[in-house]
Ligand binder design. Sequence first.
Ligand code: FES
Ligand code: FES
Length: 153
Amino acid sequence: MSVTINGTRHVVEVEVRTLLSDLLRQELGYTGTHVGCEHGVCGACTVLVDGQAVRSCLMLAPQVDGREILTVESLSGPSGLHPLQDSFRRHHGLQCGFCTPGILMGVLGEANAGRDLQTVLDSVLSGHLCRCTGYVNIRAAIRDAWPTLKERR
Ligand code: FES
Ligand code: FES
């Protein structure tokens, strides 16, 4: 199969039962995608597949043959942090950071899908478990960055 990850095309041979999260982390070294529950609950493994937020522990690697994936590693570059990452930094929207890659990619996926801010804060965020922050600062960071995310769509 072939898959483009963060702009780089990879041609790989995988078992049909390989999870996308395992392909990313173990085969290709994109360890910014975290794995918590491995059954679709915690949201830590969220990546974008063709712009849409998906839980990579619930997808098989062969399902992304020919598709484009963005992981958290795609967000920052020579010009610095992505505005959403910068907002998390300014608002102290993370502590241990385990949940952070999944939340960042999940929020960006919802912005791509045209979701409104309140939906993201009320329901989308409820699908991302954070054991550290209490969500107050995460919500503040998303709220602050949201207008910029909408402009970048
Ligand atoms: Fe995928 Fe928890 S590891 S949702
Ligand atoms: Fe530690 Fe969210 S910052 S789990």
